[in-house]
Design a protein. Structure first.
Length: 249
């Protein structure tokens, strides 16, 4: 039986119905996808479970196949040094009182150890010129000097090298990072007190900051006031805001 020829008005109506059906199906799929993405999503402002799972998978791949103590980031000559941005002041709202600053170290299964900057400066001094990379897409070649975190741990928290994680926070707790211990003990990870040949300025984390070249800048916490070692993954400021915990390069 031959197809009935539709009038222009009938053809328009047919296409309109088809469009509504397609639009409705797309809306249903979008809602279903949104509900799936948010499966298990409870805390407001945090990343949906399925997306967090993808980031977790990426972390496991990076840790098992890419990371190694023998893999060092590129270093540069002094002629390449630039001016590092004063990026981020979370946890540093109050002015620094150098005389009142101290570092609290929570030992595994033990008491809290309190150190001052002179205690840390007595460790072997290490200098490196690396490309400091930000997740925003910019980078700056910068010179840092301080003590290897591995030397710090061996001296003041012996035995904690076997912990799964390291937690660090500013004195007021306003900014905090969690690190896998392997990255924290990487030979280029420093507790730095100097930058570009001078003691750290307040805006760059005086008197002591973390420099961990195998990770993005969000892990390079300024003005460290607390360090702890443990077996469970600690809270991380930017992970709670959608970034992955590992944040490795």
């Amino acid at each position: 039986m031959p197809n009935k020829q539709l009038t222009p008005e009938q053809e328009m109506a047919r296409r309109t119905r088809r469009g509504f059906i397609g639009l409705g199906a797309g809306a249903v799929a979008a809602v279903a996808g949104w509900e799936w993405l948010n499966a298990g999503y409870v805390p407001e402002g945090k990343l949906p479970g399925p997306l967090r799972a993808v980031l977790g998978f990426n972390e496991r791949v990076a840790r098992s196949t890419l990371f190694s103590d023998s893999h060092l980031v590129k270093t540069y000559p002094a002629s390449a040094i630039g001016k590092l941005k004063e990026n981020g002041d979370e946890g540093m709202a109050d002015d620094l009182d150098p005389a009142a600053w101290s570092l609290q170290v929570m030992l595994r299964g033990g008491p809290i150890l309190t150190l001052n900057i002179d205690d840390i400066r007595k460790l072997p001094r290490v200098e490196e010129i690396i490309d400091f990379k930000c997740v925003e897409g910019w980078s700056t070649v910068t010179q840092f000097a301080g003590a290897r975190f591995s030397d710090f741990t061996a001296k003041f928290a012996s035995g904690s090298e076997k912990a799964g994680y390291v937690a660090m926070a500013t004195p007021d707790g306003g900014y905090y990072v969690g690190l896998d211990t392997a990255s924290a003990l990487h030979p280029q990870t420093l507790l730095a007190w100097q930058m570009n040949g001078e003691d750290l300025a307040d805006e760059h984390g005086a008197p002591l900051r973390l420099v961990i070249p195998v990770k993005y800048g969000i892990k390079n916490i300024k003005r460290i006031g607390k360090i702890g070692y443990g077996e469970t993954q600690p809270p991380d400021y930017w992970q709670e805001r959608g970034y992955d915990f590992y944040a490795g390069l």
